[in-house]
Design a binder for this molecule. Structure first.
Ligand code: PLP
Length: 383
């Protein structure tokens, strides 16, 4: 059975069946699992949405192609307006990026320039491990990098991060990835809002919510709520690369006050949005059933993996995204290589979280294949 019919037979699109029965159905398929091969590897290393994009997005691209010899201004403006409406904000609150990566890059450059103009120092305060693009974009600009290790429970050490910002003589950019990559854990809003809602000329927050659409935990609240209240020292970044499955089309965005958006936009590449990406993003936002479909598929995949990890006795962090951070007994590089030899690409090690591996949740069918291999590894004493 292919993945589409697998999911459809589970009434995912209609949402008719309870997840548990879908899960049992998935587990019952064990006997006819085709394992990955050199030609058909499992790509579980970049947190993409293996379902592929919404059919509506594909149709929109095909429809837009004849006019794609024109510059993308109209499609870009419509996308900006639609995203604004999504959050009951204006298009002036939205900065479109060539992926949220560009939004992060432009924000870092804007802040470094601001510090330069003010003649003050600038640092990036970042948890460790976390997604490292803010760090990578800061390094060539001479920004000081201050890494604050995660606590032993893998949560952010917010008190230490705040202390590091307060102790610094200059401007502190604080990067908060929520849910965090690589742990897939959320930071509850109750722990963030006090610090994030403090007005300050010397602290600026980049809140990266690339995986927010996957979150089901009610303790999570988007920092976009603070933008709505006019908080002027933060930007929230989001992407179409994850739940919307448009990673190759490069569309992301930032949400902030109009003043911040105008400043960030100055550092974007002009005409940074391609027509195909813009129309696909517009169609994807409207395709609510695709989002439901992705969410349910991800839930089933997570359950398949969690069940196997429980059976094998491998610890894992509570995942609120489309990946899961789990322990591997022994050396992670060796594990990663052995998985690659079995045609399964898994994430790398994220020091200082040594002994943990980040695994992308692909389709349920892909995760069943993964589990077979993981169990084989366990039998060999490799995990
Ligand atoms: N932020 C986080 C936390 C990510 O994991 C990623 C990609 O993996 C990105 C941002 C960048 O995504 P994109 O530039 O495709 O929007």
């Amino acid at each position: 059975m292919d993945r589409r019919s697998f999911l459809k037979s589970s009434s995912l699109v209609a949402g008719g069946l309870a997840l548990n029965s879908l899960f049992n159905h998935a587990v019952a398929q064990n006997s006819n699992i085709v394992l990955p091969s050199e030609k058909h590897p499992l790509l579980l290393n970049f947190n993409e949405n293996s379902l592929g994009m919404s059919e509506k997005a594909k149709e929109a691209i095909i429809k837009a192609l004849p006019n794609a010899f024109r510059y993308p201004d109209d499609a870009r403006a419509e996308l900006q307006k639609n995203i604004g409406e999504l959050y009951s904000l204006s298009d002036k609150n939205i900065s479109i990026g060539n992926g949220s990566s560009e939004t992060i890059q432009a924000t870092v450059a804007m802040l470094a320039n601001k510090a330069k103009k003010r003649g003050i120092n600038i640092q990036l305060v970042t948890p460790d491990p976390t997604f490292n693009y803010a760090e990578l974009y800061s390094l060539p600009l001479g920004v000081t990098i201050t890494k604050i290790p995660l606590k032993t429970d893998l949560s952010f050490d917010l008190a230490k991060m705040e202390q590091a910002a307060n102790d610094f003589d200059g401007l502190s950019m604080v990067y908060i990835c929520n849910p965090n990559n690589p742990t897939a854990m959320i930071t509850p809003y109750s722990q963030l809002d006090k610090w994030l809602s403090k007005d300050s000329d010397n602290t600026f927050f980049i809140v990266d919510e690339a995986y927010a659409e996957f979150v089901e935990d009610p303790n999570f609240t988007s920092a976009i709520e603070l933008v709505k209240k006019g908080q002027n020292n933060l930007i929230v970044t989001r992407t179409f690369s994850k739940i919307f499955a448009l990673a190759g089309l490069r569309v992301g965005y930032g949400v902030a006050t109009p003043e911040i958006i105008a400043a960030v936009d100055t550092f974007l590449s002009i005409d940074n949005t391609n027509t195909a990406g813009a129309v696909a993003a517009i169609a994807s936002l409207k395709d609510k059933s695709f989002i439901q479909y992705s969410l349910k598929s991800n839930d089933i995949s997570r359950k398949i993996v969690e069940k196997a990890l429980n059976e094998i006795g491998l610890e894992y962090a509570p995942s609120q995204a489309n990946f899961i951070f789990h322990k591997v007994k022994g050396d992670v590089k060796t594990y990663q290589q052995r998985m690659a030899d079995a045609h399964v690409m898994v994430g790398r090690e994220f020091p200082p979280a040594v002994g943990w591996n980040r695994l992308t949740l692909g389709t349920p069918e892909e995760m069943q294949q993964f589990v077979v291999i993981l169990k084989q590894f366990h039998e060999k004493g490799w995990v």
